[in-house]
Ligand binder design. Structure first.
Ligand SMILES: O=C(O)C(=O)C[C@]1(C(=O)O)C=C[C@@H](O)C=C1
Length: 269
């Protein structure tokens, strides 16, 4: 997998990956992928904590005269153009929010193994992710108000959106693994284009429950107020842990599963 070394951090898998230089097909398994998803939880929660430091700052998202949209949209488009030049979107797990007309990378990149099926590889649900983020999530993690820190707020928003997008689009890899592990079962449902059957095949309710509990606990640990007096700040968190659990239960996991189903539907094309 392109770029996965960064995603999984300092684990034994990372060591193996860096020694190998690249992820290969025979390292494609559900255990490894789930470890990567667990590490992505940290990235998502830390990015939410950083965004929650600032109020909602809504003028950032209003349409601006002289721009084709809001200041935030402008910020994202320009940031993505710079990141495209640095090679960000050459990684299979990265998807741009404004994918049209992105510049090519400035440096030649490593030849990467094509793990995903080409049609499924181009699935991009960032518009849905962006809508969820702005309409549902942001009001739950920010206070009302406007401190005019628009540049820093936009940067924090982009960090959150990119982390969520990466996690959710990793569903393509999960789907590919599941297909390879059980091709007969999936082929039957894919040939029938049966979304419900696919959803049933790829769902592990106990894994989902574990994830929701774990992210709530992580939000408590990562977001606690720390000072030297004992027990002063018990129960005070930078982001409400139950919101993080809800984020996963209502949006992150369902959107990941949506990506998995969409990927599988075209897996035999
Ligand atoms: O771990 C898997 O098997 C996945 O497909 C990922 C995921 C998730 O989004 O976390 C999605 C569906 C499963 O029910 C469990 C977890």
């Amino acid at each position: 997998f392109v770029g996965f070394s960064a995603a999984i951090g300092n684990t034994s898998v990372f060591k193996h990956v860096s020694e190998m230089g690249n992820f290969s097909d025979d390292m494609l398994n559900l255990d490894t992928l789930r470890k990567i998803l667990v590490r992505e939880e940290d990235t998502i929660i830390f990015s939410l904590i950083e965004r929650a430091k600032y109020p909602i700052n809504s003028p950032l998202y209003d349409k601006r005269p002289g721009l084709s949209g809001s200041l935030f949209e402008f910020f994202v488009k320009e940031s993505e153009a710079v990141q495209a030049k640095a090679g960000r979107y050459s990684s299979a797990e990265e998807n741009a929010f404004f994918p049209d007309n992105l510049p090519p990378p400035l440096l030649p990149l490593r030849d990467n193994e094509q793990v995903l099926h080409p049609r499924g590889a181009s699935i991009n649900i960032n518009e849905q992710i962006s809508n969820m983020y702005h309409k549902q999530l942001l009001p739950l993690i920010t206070s009302n108000g406007d401190d005019r820190n628009y540049a820093i707020t936009a940067g924090r928003d982009l960090d959150c959106l990119q982390a969520l997008s990466r996690r959710i689009h990793l569903g393509k890899f999960v789907a590919e693994i599941k297909f390879r592990e059980s091709p007969e079962n999936y082929t039957r449902a894919i040939r029938a284009q049966d979304k419900d059957a696919l959803m049933k095949l790829l769902t592990f309710t106990s894994v989902e429950e574990m994830i929701k509990n774990r992210v709530e606990k992580k939000a408590m640990v990562f977001g606690q107020e720390v000072d030297l007096k004992e027990n002063d700040n018990v129960g005070k968190y930078k982001v409400n842990p139950s919101v993080v659990s809800r984020l996963y239960g209502e949006w992150v996991i369902p959107l990941t599963k949506f990506v998995e189903v969409e990927y599988l539907l075209c897996r035999l094309d």
